[in-house]
Design a protein around this ligand. Sequence first.
Ligand code: SF4
Ligand code: SF4
Length: 300
Amino acid sequence: MNQFRNYIEQIWQGISSTKKGMSLTWKHLWAAKNQRKVQDIRSDNYFQSNEGVFTLQYPAEQVEIPERSRYQLDNVMEDCIVCDKCVKICPVDCIEIDPIKATGLVGYASDGSPIRLYAAKFDIDMSKCCFCGLCTTVCPTECLTMTSEYDFSTFDVKDHLFHYSNLSPEEAEEKRRLYEQFVKEKEEAKLSVPPPSPSFVKEGVAEPAKPGEVIPTSEQKPKIGFKPSFKKSESVKSEQSEQSEQSELSEHVITLGKSEGLEIQVASSETGGTSEIKKPFKPVFKPSFKKPSTDKPKDE
Ligand code: SF4
Ligand code: SF4
């Protein structure tokens, strides 16, 4: 009896669950008439529009994306200085560069950075990219950017490998050959220069003298002697005025010396015009010591 009862209950549960599911299906089928219109993701009620069909008819219908979207990478090769920073920072190694040294300055990027390298290969594998954006933050010239292009779906995953090099394989080979030739010529030029002789080496400088340049040694260099120069006096006093000044001075010295009890000798201006002042004699104390007698006493 119980088995029959369980059997009837299970049939009823099946019918009720089918009814519930079908009512939901009919509800959405009816709501499909009121298909939700394409809405800007930035609108305030974007997540509050629950009525209608949610699936967009892509690609006929597309959701608008924010201005600062980070999707497919793009590189402006004219501004790329091939510094390799983006390769080093990429966590999944999806950027590959093959640099070629140039024999000189190639040009300048738009921000003024000098370009000294060519990129024979600059590939980005977007199928590996995790869209972290690190490569764009380290790029010194900001030539590597993330664009708002998100629809780059393909039938072959190999088509996700994007090539940005602006050199054809032939041009890259030519640049490589030119640089190798440049290095070879430089090495040959180094070997062909004879070692500098001692007489042609500048003093204190390890650099050899230029061809044809003769540098004098320290013995050959002219020595600079000291030649003192004196300025001539602008005004010369007359002989008469000098004599009168000297006589006045000697008279003044004699009167001053006599008042202090000094013996003064004054030479005439004709013989040189010099005066000498002698101090009066004063006794000077000179201590004397008796030498100890070296003779032995007679008693002994
Ligand atoms: S976005 Fe991230 S993962 Fe993609 S190439 Fe740049 S560094 Fe690599
Ligand atoms: S970081 Fe920028 S400039 Fe340097 S190689 Fe990469 S793309 Fe070029």
